[in-house]
Design a protein around this ligand. Sequence first.
Ligand code: PGA
Length: 251
Amino acid sequence: MRKKIIAGNWKMNKTVGDAVALVEGLKMDLAQGTDVEVVVCPPFTALQAVGEKLTNTQIKLGAQNMSSEDDGAYTGEISHTMLKDLFVKYVILGHSERRQYYKETDFWVNKKVKKALEKNLRPIVCVGEKLEDREAGNTEKVVEAQVRGSLADVTAEQFENVVIAYEPVWAIGTGKTATSAQAQEVHAFIRGILRDMTGEKAANGLRIQYGGSMKASNAKDLLSQPDIDGGLIGGAALDARSFIDIVKAGM
Ligand code: PGA
């Protein structure tokens, strides 16, 4: 069965000192490992310090973005080599904030996804519709284009290392969560697309997280849906207690 995966996306929050304090709080309950795989994704500047604190724990380190290039003249970018040097295992790619504010398209997300997989980093690939898409009845069309575009040319073997995060844009940071039925419907739809892209076995093994105002009070309901295999948590991951409670809801 699919092991649930709960990842904290700290976004552009936490100085090194604040990040270390947060991870110390998480370690009290989560260091020894649980039935749930736990990942924290601090900003680049705190990766090293947080990674050091995670030594000999079961909590894994993730980054929030990565360059599609190997090295060279790409001012402001961070490469796979740099991330792996800090023991990063996961990388969030194609987050809706990057698609919206930095104009990342499926073409670029796909380049990054392929690079990450080629270099043995596990991508958490984000997809999700905007409010206007949902209201116009275009949720499936938009999500399907993102899934197919972001994961184009990924091989069946590589699919085993992919995590997808379904994050309806209208639910991110707004306090509006998709109902568990709404989320489950899209998750099942995504799994159907994956079946078509890569076959039954890989599609059944691939984990699909839900993201968008997930918190301790709604996590259990969401995580009990058959195709919801974890969560990508923003706001509620910034406080140790609330993040731990979400992880516990997934056990
Ligand atoms: P949120 O963010 O939990 O604050 O809605 C989720 C995300 O953007 O990954």
